[in-house]
Design a protein around this ligand. Structure first.
Ligand SMILES: [Zn+2]
Length: 419
């Protein structure tokens, strides 16, 4: 079913000792904890043991907080936020690749060891990360997103040309489907190309030429066809960009695993999500970026969206962390944690949304998402207290160390080896 993450390097035998452990499962924190890593996996987790373990290097993590590697369930790693669209349009292809490599590195540096790219990124990056040729989060890819002609996945302008932001599309990042036959053919082609997840747009959105967030997108029948098709494949989950309630309901009743954005959910739709276990990925970092896009209309939409997400959380809808990085700043993924707490989660629940809940949504929870014996050692050590000041985690400087499958990929303190 799920694609198991490869671990390209043999990791060292290590013990990380003395930190306060927050394991991602919602369990109470453990002060003065120890995590032992061997062969990429966690072989011990619990209170610090007061004895030597032969062959294990000790990392003194006193004063820090040890968390699972985070999962960002909604990113766009080919979209760079540190250069203007006009500047990017003038880039040579290799400048685009280099910028994407920078985005991958910045995402890991932010504490995210697994990311789900919901259109734009190609499988070559996923393979290069898995081989250890480049540093980046473990990747699940949608490759493209699906909408009807003139919908959220259709960048073509009325005169037939593409807007600036679609110029750099290097993949079938856009998949326009109008009939059931086109839907089936397109998702089969995406699976052939290596899609881990299928992304559909059941509503319109911002920034595409012909649609508005209030527009309908793919109908429920097409969503259901895709869900059935994926059940007959490797069981890839289907997720829906849904910014209005009709679109969200079409997606939920069609059988998607998750709703992206969910900016206008009615009580009925929220109830249907709870009944079916549909997860919400609220992308608050993008919603709440300042200034609000779209003037007074934008401000009203933002208020309604915040209320929608708060209602869903209060009703008990499951949440996974997703930022829409690429629209939101790259490398600032954990700012979402603070937004989630202001939408109603406790800091502990926000961390769970960003770790184990995300891993479950990606169907990787047997290997990732929590600090438990037997799982891959994807770990983050922070200087900031995630339960006392969750907003501080949004600053990558507070993420002192990141390990992926036991391999240390970021270390601001040069290991602080105890010997
Ligand atoms: Zn997105």
């Amino acid at each position: 079913m799920a694609r198991l993450p490869a671990t390209p390097f043999a990791s060292e035998h290590r013990r990380i000792v003395g930190a306060t452990l927050v394991d991602g499962t919602l369990a109470d924190p453990v002060a003065d904890a120890e995590v032992e890593i061997a062969d990429a996996r966690i072989v011990y987790v619990g209170s610090r043991r007061d004895r030597d373990i032969a062959g294990a290097r000790v990392i003194d993590a006193r004063g820090g907080f040890l968390l699972p590697g985070f999962v960002d369930a909604h990113v766009h790693l080919v979209m760079s936020t540190d250069a203007s669209v006009e500047a990017q349009r003038a880039w040579f292809p290799e400048e685009g690749v280099v910028a994407t490599l920078g985005n991958l590195r910045a995402t890991v540096d932010a504490g995210v060891t697994t990311a789900r790219d919901l259109s734009g990124l190609t499988p070559g990056y996923r393979a290069a990360v898995a081989r250890g040729q480049i540093v980046g989060p473990r990747l699940h890819l949608a490759i493209a997103m699906l909408s009807p002609t003139g919908g959220h996945a259709d960048p073509v302008l009325a005169n037939g040309s593409r807007p600036l932001w679609a110029e750099r599309a290097t993949t079938p990042g856009w998949a326009v489907v109008d009939t059931e036959e086109e839907v089936v053919k397109t998702v089969r082609a995406l699976v052939r190309t290596g899609a881990d997840v299928i992304k559909v747009c059941t509503s319109g959105g911002m920034s595409t030429p012909h649609d508005e967030p209030s527009d309908r997108g793919l109908p429920r029948e097409h969503v259901a066809v895709i869900v059935r098709e994926m059940q007959a494949r490797q069981g890839q989950p289907v997720t829906a960009h849904a910014q209005n309630d009709d679109g969200a309901r079409a997606a939920v009743l069609g059988g998607v695993a998750s709703i992206e954005h969910g900016y206008d959910l009615s009580a009925d739709t929220i109830e249907a999500m709870i009944e079916r276990g549909t997860v919400l990925v609220p992308t608050l970092s993008t919603l709440l970026r300042s200034p609000a896009a779209g003037g007074a209309d934008g401000a009203a939409r933002r208020a309604r969206a915040s209320e929608s997400i708060r209602s869903a959380i209060a009703a008990g809808v499951g949440v996974a962390l997703g930022t829409d990085a690429g629209i939101h700043l790259q490398g600032r993924n954990l700012t979402e944690l603070g937004h989630l707490t202001r939408a109603g989660l406790t800091p502990m629940e926000a961390i769970h949304a960003g770790t184990l809940a995300g891993a479950r949504l990606l169907r990787l929870a047997s290997d990732l998402g929590s600090i438990e014996t037997g799982k891959l050692a994807d770990l983050v050590l922070t200087s900031a207290d995630p339960l006392g000041d969750v907003d501080a985690l949004g600053d990558p400087a507070s993420v002192r160390l990141v390990a992926q499958g036991g391999v240390i990929v970021k270390d601001l303190d040069a290991l602080r080896d105890a010997r």
